[in-house]
Design a protein around this ligand. Structure first.
Ligand SMILES: [Mn+2]
Length: 392
């Protein structure tokens, strides 16, 4: 426990933790944490949950306040940004900008080239309307698509006023959690972009073609082209509305799920050549060697959705394969394993044998060794797991 003087000197987030430790009154309720801000000694309610309507009202009020007080919005997205992080952050920044507010999408890592045409266009719009955007001292901080403080990277010290997310674990007390003054987390939304879309609509903001393209990119990439189990009727409805607002549904799908540069094709060729099946056809796997990356001038981050190479494989009679495995050698002699499983097999159980973990359908682990040998070991563990399940 720390003294109040120490607490007052420390940053807000530490004060928040301090108030966890020192609140003896029993008034600490799940989802409502109290702390004293260093800036003005105010007591903030932490982690107040908002509905879509309340979030829209919060943002409308924040825009009015920001214009009056010369504050700007910063919308933080997570490290190693994906389509959903980028689509959510930039479409929200553009929406707030349409209401006259200064807004910037802020990340910690470079934007992958496949998204840069959209983000360059968005940056140009944001800068044209507001050349000094983001440079004000006072800011309203929003985090999107990010379930932990760690995932904010170099921005993880920022106080977050509003957190908009779709990760079910991102709740006070959850295993992965991002503290914020207000939060809007919809665990059943397929993507954060889907949530941002409903908030922008509730704010009566006109969605431009660029915003529709960004949101559609976020939605489509988070549901892997409507192929994941998180795809819902609501995602398809959102997609239909975005299409009617001008989103380039064909070009975006082709760009993310058809077009591949030659070095990637070369990597896929190698992975296809190395696919091996267990004799009973219950397990299949393949691997990439470190040399493959070096020869083709690619890094692991260039291989988005690469697991599809093995995930698409089924049995010869067309029925689903219980376990699919991808092994990638990320450093000499160190391999990252992805296990995808279905029906009665649990991928997390298989990965737990070698110190990894994850979900029922998909899990991961790291192992030392030659990738071909690592694959063999994991296939063996998977077969043992299947036989144990079958005989129990
Ligand atoms: Mn997401």
């Amino acid at each position: 426990m720390r003294s109040s003087q120490e607490l007052l000197r420390s940053k807000r987030r530490e004060l928040l933790i301090g108030s966890f430790q020192t609140n003896p009154s029993g008034s600490l309720r799940e989802g409502f944490f109290y702390y004293v801000g260093t800036d003005c000694g105010k007591i903030y309610i932490m982690d107040k949950k908002l509905t879509v309507e309340e979030t829209a009202q919060f943002l409308r009020d924040a825009v009015d306040d920001a214009i009056k007080e010369k504050k700007s919005f910063r919308i933080f997205y997570h490290i190693r940004p994906d389509g959903d992080a980028i689509g959510s952050a930039y479409s929200l920044a553009l929406g707030l900008n349409l209401l006259g507010a200064s807004a910037a999408a802020v990340g910690s890592d470079p934007i992958p080239s496949v998204f840069r045409d959209l983000t360059d266009e968005a940056e140009a719009v944001l800068r044209r309307k507001d050349p000094e955007r983001g440079d004000t001292e006072e800011t309203v901080n929003i985090a999107v698509d990010t379930a932990t403080t760690y995932r904010l990277g170099k921005n993880s010290d920022e106080d977050i006023d509003l957190c908009i997310d779709h990760h079910g674990t991102n709740e006070p007390g959850g295993e992965r959690y991002l503290p914020a003054r207000y939060r809007h987390v919809e665990a059943d939304a397929s993507s954060c972009s889907e949530i941002i879309f409903s908030i922008l609509k509730a704010m009566d903001i006109e969605i431009t073609k660029l915003m529709a393209d960004l949101l559609y990119t976020g939605l489509l990439t988070d549901v892997s082209c409507f192929r994941t189990r998180s795809t819902t009727a609501a995602s398809l409805q959102t997609a239909a509305e975005l299409a009617s607002m001008g989103a380039d549904i064909v070009d975006i799908a082709r760009k993310h799920y058809m077009m591949k540069p030659l070095p990637r094709i070369e990597m896929e060729k190698l992975a296809y050549e190395r696919i091996r099946f267990s004799q009973d056809e219950n397990v299949a796997g393949t691997y990439l060697e470190l040399d493959d990356y070096i020869r083709n001038g690619l890094e692991d981050s260039d291989l988005r959705d690469f697991n599809t190479v093995i995930d698409q494989v089924c049995k010869s009679d067309g029925s689903p394969l219980p376990v699919r495995i991808m092994v990638r050698e990320i450093e000499k002699g160190r391999c990252r394993i992805s296990v995808m499983a279905r029906s009665f097999v649990n991928a997390a159980d298989i990965c737990a044998v070698v110190g990894g973990g994850g979900h029922n359908n998909s899990a991961g682990a790291e192992m030392q060794g030659d990738p071909a040998e690592v694959l063999e070991k994991i296939m063996e563990i998977s077969l043992q797991n299947i036989h144990a399940k079958k005989s129990s």
